[in-house]
Design a protein around this ligand. Sequence first.
Ligand SMILES: [Zn+2]
Length: 66
Amino acid sequence: MFEEQEYKCPICGKLTDKQVSHFPFCSARCRTIDLGNWASEAYVAHSPITEADELLDALRKQSRDE
Ligand SMILES: [Zn+2]
């Protein structure tokens, strides 16, 4: 019964749901982290430190929103 529709957040592994607006992530924070991971890879040749700072800022804002 429980095996039928189980989705796990690819970032933190928490169970999530198709009805979650951030699906397939469990929360806006995990979605931001995933975007950050992608951005870090894309921009790693340019300025990873600046990128990391921006990501941290975004994460702080997301945390407050929740
Ligand atoms: Zn998550």
